[in-house]
Structure formats: C-alpha cells, structure tokens
Design a binder for this molecule. Structure first.
Ligand SMILES: Nc1ncnc2c1ncn2[C@@H]1O[C@H](COP(=O)(O)OP(=O)(O)O)[C@@H](O)[C@H]1O
Ligand SMILES: [Mg+2]
Length: 361
C-alpha cells in the first residue's frame, strides 16, 4: 500500500516502472489497434508530396486544445489571425497558445540534435510556454484541486525529492527495455503529472512530451497528430484516470485511456488530413480552370498552409510583384475561394473552407 493522502505531499510517489503487471491482455489488444492507427497516419503523412505543409496548422490546433484543457481559451479566428498578422494580437490567452506552439516546435527541434527527453528539456519547455524563468518548484504549497476547490492531490515537495523523481523518470524514458513504447508513453505522462515539478504549466508540458515521445520513438516521423482534442472531450475521465492510479494503482484503466486517445486521434487526424487534401485538390482544379493565370502549385500550398494568408506570403514565395499577387488575391476573393478581412491596417485572406474543416471535425 502507498501512504497516499490527498492533503499531504506525495513524497512516496513510487518510482518507475510500476511493480505491477502492465501488459495485460486488454492492454496488449489495445496497444495493437492504437499502433496500427498511428502507423496508418504515419504512412499517409510520409507519402505526401509535402508532408510538412500542414504541420503549422495541426500544431496550432494542438496548442489551442491543450491550453483549453487548462481554461486558457482562444478562438480559431483570433489564433490564426494573430499568427499571420504583422500587428500581434494582445489577447493574453492567444499569446499563451502561441507560446505553447513555440515550445512544442523548439522541443521537436531539440530532439533532432539530441534525441532524449530530459529534465532540462522539460524546464526549457515550461519556460517557453510561460514566458518566464521559473524552474522546479522550491517552495511547498502546490496542490491540485477539483472545480469545487477541494484538494484532490498534493504533489511531492522539496527540490531534492522532485529532482530525484525526475531523474528516475528521465532514465525510464530513455532506457531500452521491452515495454511497448505506447505503454511507456502513458507511464511517462502519469509520472510527470504526479511529480508536478512546476508551479504551473505541468499539464501542458506533459502533453508536449507526448508528441515529443512519439517522434523520439519514431512512431510518427512527422508529429502531425492532434491529441489534446480527445482529452478535452473526455476531460473528467482524464482526471479520474490519473487519480485512480495514485489512489488505487489502477494502471490498466489509465493506460487503456491513453491508448484510446492515441487510436482515436490518429484515426481522426487521418480523416481530417484526407478531407483537407481532397479540398486542396478540388480547389486546385477549380482555380486552374477559373483563373488559369493565377493558378500555381505554390499558390495552392500557401493558401493551405494556414487558414489565413496575406500578400506578403505570396511575395515571399516569389509568385510575383506586390501588385500582381495583390491582384491574384482579389481575383480569388471575387470567385469565392477566399474571404478578406481587415486586421488593423492589414488585409488578410481566409480560406474559409479550410477553416470549416478545422472548426467542425
Ligand atoms: N489527480 C491528478 N494527479 C496528477 N496530475 C493531475 C491530476 N489531475 C490533473 N492532473 C494534471 O495536472 C494538470 C494541471 O496542472 P497545471 O500545472 O495547472 O498545468 P497547466 O498550467 O498546463 O494548466 C492537468 O492538465 C493534468 O495533466
Ligand atoms: Mg495551470
């Protein structure tokens, strides 16, 4: 038995790996279907002519959803306008979502040169999300409460203890063993949240680690998956499953939840990707017929990279002089492919059909 009490810092949080049977039959069956879904998504992605094209948008969706879990709420319009416009949106929630996306990108970049998830990397991530220099918690007092304000969990306190637990987590993540990587990923997430090393930003950092891990383990070469959408839709369950590990050592229930998250979002990401690609092909064909002088492959890619675009993007891609590309955008709007909006002094163009897919699926 662990000596867990909600109001007392859980310094006895057991180290990884848990000393229970993890690979139960149910877990193994689910691991297979989740892996299959991921492999299918990966295969489709890597066979695209330009697989990185949609990454910005997918990661912004992920950033938005993961932040929304923590009640940092922005709209797609605010978010994408603010990414594209010169004059940055000052809405604090949008800003935090954009920092999240930067944190995810720099984490992924770091993995390219150094394929390990470390305590230092976690600190860099949280500092990037929070745009401050906070590190590991050094003062006691961090608790997790439910919506009624009742304390449901008190993480370990004391920097030495926290660092010890993180060192164990780091070793566990990076060591070779026979555990399936998806099961390891689930264990890693629980442990990180239970250690709760920071005063704030633990949920978001822990979810960034999920994507980093998928990449590190080569389960997804291009981490184009939008996993936090599942947690938003199953948020109460997310909290309950985490709690049930602490209180009842119910690893199986929690691992099954995480595997279902992977399977479900890999499938959904694939369906969404296919919708976007078919819209892109359809629009390319129509624009080619309707506006043959405007059409180019590069132009189509620009208007699908993010839901909003602007003249400068076309200029930067060498599509023509400011006047020429300005006229391209006007023609595209006249024919109903794009819709313009004024943001400050700038004119942005929305690919509303692309936005519809992002909003509705
Ligand atoms: N019972 C629990 N045990 C451990 N971690 C939990 C528990 N309940 C929720 N969490 C995690 O704590 C996160 C919230 O912590 P917080 O530091 O506020 O993250 P953020 O700043 O990203 O909002 C949740 O998203 C979840 O991952
Ligand atoms: Mg928080």
């Amino acid at each position: 038995m662990t000596n867990f009490k909600k109001e007392i810092p859980f310094n006895d949080l057991p180290l990884l790996p848990p000393r229970v049977e993890l690979e139960t039959k149910k877990v193994l069956v689910k691991t297979i279907s989740a892996s299959r879904a991921l492999a299918k998504l990966n295969g489709t992605m890597i066979n695209l002519p330009n697989p990185r094209l949609f990454l910005d948008t997918i990661h912004l969706q992920e950033a938005k959803a993961s932040s929304e879990i923590e009640n940092i709420i922005t709209t797609n319009d605010d978010l994408y306008r603010s990414v594209v416009a010169d004059k940055k949106n000052e809405n604090p929630a949008t800003k935090e979502v954009l920092s999240y996306k930067d944190a995810l990108w720099s984490g992924l970049e770091r993995l390219e040169s150094r394929p390990f998830i470390t305590t230092n990397l976690c600190i860099e991530i949280v500092q990037c999300i929070k745009q401050n220099t906070a590190g590991i918690r050094v003062t006691p007092g961090t608790t997790l409460a439910n919506t009624k304000g009742e304390v449901i969990y008190t993480p370990p306190t004391g920097e030495t203890i926290i660092r010890e637990k993180l060192a164990n987590l780091e070793t566990f993540i990076n060591q070779d063993d026979t555990l399936d990587p998806l099961i390891k990923m689930a264990l890693m997430h629980y442990q990180f949240e239970a250690i709760h090393p920071f005063a704030d930003g633990n949920g978001r950092t822990g979810r960034i680690l999920l994507l980093l891990y998928l990449k590190m383990e080569r389960l997804l070469d291009i981490p184009a998956i939008y996993i936090s959408e599942y947690i938003i839709k199953n948020k109460i369950e997310y909290y309950n499953k985490l709690r049930n590990v602490t209180e009842n050592k119910d690893w199986e229930g929690y691992i099954l939840y995480m595997l279902d998250m992977i399977e479900n979002t890999a499938n959904k990401s694939l369906i969404r990707l296919e919708k976007v690609i078919s819209l892109m092909e359809r629009m390319a064909k129509e624009i080619k017929t309707d506006l043959p002088k405007v059409y180019s492959k590069d132009l189509i890619e620009i208007i699908f990279k993010l839901p909003y675009t602007k003249r400068q993007f076309l200029i930067d891609s060498g599509l023509g002089t400011p006047k020429t590309v300005g006229n391209y955008l006007i023609s595209l709007e006249e024919k109903g492919y794009l819709r313009s909006v004024k943001v400050g002094k700038e004119k942005l163009y929305l690919n509303h059909k692309l936005m519809e897919i992002l909003e509705n699926d």
